[in-house]
Write a protein that binds this ligand. Structure first.
Ligand SMILES: *Cc1c(COP(=O)(O)O)cnc(C)c1O
Length: 344
C-alpha cells in the first residue's frame, strides 16, 4: 500500500476527508448492516432531532503506525463502551461494541494510505459519532439514528516540543452534578465555546472548571482531564461524577503504577491543594499530555516548579511511556493494542 503524498510533519489538527467512512442507519428499531462509502456528506430532515434538540454524541481515538510498520489502534474497546454509556444517557440506541470495533478496523484499513508513517509525529484521528436523523418537534427521543465513523490524518500536536500552557480558573460551569458531564455529548462542547473564546481573548490556553455545586474542587477542562504530581511523586487525579472518564487518564494511572512504580490516587482534589503540587498536566487523546505551567485564579497565579519551558520530569516519563506503548516501542499491557489487518 502506497502512502499518500502528504507533508505529515506539517499537518495541523483539522479535517481532511479520506477515501472511505462507515455509515449505519437505525430504523424500525434496528441497525442495518452498515457500509463503507466514499460519500462524505450527510442528508437529513430539516427537523432532525440532532438539529433541534442536540441529540448527538461522539468519540475520539487514534490509529498509529508502529516502529515495525503495523497499523494499530489504542484501546478502542473503551471508546465503544463509553459510547454505549453515552447513548443510554441520551436515549439513543446502543451501537454494539463488536460492530463499533469492526467499523474502526474497516475505516482504518480502507484509509491505510492516510495513516501517517512511524516517526512523523502525525497520527490518524478517528471520529465515531451518532445523531438523531428523523424529525422531532415535540420534545422526545427520535425514532431514527445514524452512526458514522470517519478518519482524518492529524499533525503532531506539539510542533517543536511540548511547551507548558497557561490556563485560567473559569467562572462558567461545565457540568452540573447528576447532569451530562460524564458522557461524550456534543452539548457539553457547545456550551464550552463561549468560555474558551473568552479564555483565549484573555491570553489563556484553556479553562479549569471547578465543581458547579461548591466551586472548591477541580473538575477538568473543556476536553481533557487533569493529572497532578505531588512533591513526593504521587500521581493524583480528580474523581467526580461529572468528569468525562478519559481513556488517556485511565491509561496513565496504569502506567504510573505499573511502569513507573508511583502511588496513584483518584480522589476529590480541592482547588486549595493545587498550589502544593509539583507538576500538572491535561490528558486526552489529542495531545496525550499537555503540561500546564501556570494557573491564573482571578489574577492570582499558581506557577508550577516545572516552569514554562518544559514538561515536568515525571510528566515527561509518563508521556514517553504511554506514547512508547502506542507506537510499539514499549510492551503494552494485555489488550491495549488492536492491530488492523490491511489487505492489499
Ligand atoms: C474526550 C474528552 C476527554 C479525553 O478523553 P480521552 O478518552 O482521553 O480522549 C476529556 N474530557 C472531556 C470533556 C472529553 O470530552
Amino acid at each position: 500500500m502506497e502512502k499518500k503524498n502528504i507533508d505529515w510533519s506539517n499537518l495541523g489538527f483539522g479535517y481532511i476527508p479520506t477515501d472511505v467512512r462507515y455509515v449505519s442507519d437505525f430504523k424500525g428499531g434496528k441497525w442495518d448492516e452498515g457500509v463503507l462509502t466514499a460519500d462524505s456528506t450527510v442528508t437529513i430532515s430539516e427537523c432532525a432531532g440532532t438539529l433541534q434538540y442536540a441529540q448527538t454524541c461522539f468519540e475520539g481515538l487514534k490509529a498509529y503506525t508502529t516502529k515495525d510498520g503495523k497499523i494499530v489502534t489504542f484501546r478502542p474497546d473503551l471508546n465503544a463502551e463509553r459510547m454505549i454509556d453515552t447513548c443510554k444517557r441520551l436515549e439513543m440506541p446502543v451501537f454494539p461494541k463488536e460492530r463499533f470495533l469492526d467499523a474502526v478496523d474497516k475505516v482504518v484499513a480502507g484509509n491505510a494510505a492516510y495513516v501517517p508513517p512511524y516517526g512523523s509525529g502525525a497520527t490518524m484521528y478517528l471520529r465515531p459519532y451518532m445523531f438523531a436523523s428523523s424529525p422531532v418537534i415535540g420534545v422526545k427521543p427520535a425514532e431514527e439514528y445514524q452512526f458514522r465513523l470517519f478518519a482524518t490524518p492529524v499533525g503532531p500536536y506539539f510542533k517543536g516540543g511540548a511547551k507548558p500552557i497557561s490556563i485560567r480558573v473559569c467562572d462558567y460551569d461545565r457540568a452540573a452534578p447528576h447532569g451530562t458531564g460524564h458522557i461524550k455529548a456534543g452539548l457539553n462542547y457547545a456550551m464550552s465555546l463561549h468560555a474558551i473564546v473568552e479564555a483565549h481573548e484573555q491570553g489563556f490556553d484553556e479553562n479549569m472548571y471547578l465543581d458547579a455545586a461548591t466551586r472548591t474542587k477541580v473538575e477538568e477542562t473543556g476536553g481533557a482531564n487533569f493529572m497532578f504530581i505531588t512533591k513526593d511523586n504521587k500521581f493524583v487525579t480528580p474523581k467526580s461524577g461529572s468528569i468525562l472518564p478519559s481513556i488517556t487518564r485511565r491509561s496513565l494511572m496504569v502506567v504510573a503504577k505499573e511502569y513507573l512504580g508511583l502511588e496513584v490516587e483518584e480522589r476529590e482534589v480541592l482547588f486549595d491543594e493545587v498550589k502544593d503540587f509539583a507538576e500538572c498536566g491535561l490528558c486526552g487523546t489529542a495531545a496525550v499530555i499537555s503540561p500546564v505551567g501556570k494557573i491564573n485564579d482571578h489574577g492570582k497565579e499558581i506557577c508550577f516548579p516545572s516552569g514554562m519551558n518544559e514538561m515536568g520530569p515525571v510528566t515527561k516519563k509518563l508521556y514517553d511511556t504511554l506514547t512508547g506503548i502506542q507506537m510499539g516501542t514499549i510492551e503494552a499491557p494485555q489488550g491495549w493494542i488492536r492491530e488492523i489487518k490491511v489487505t492489499e
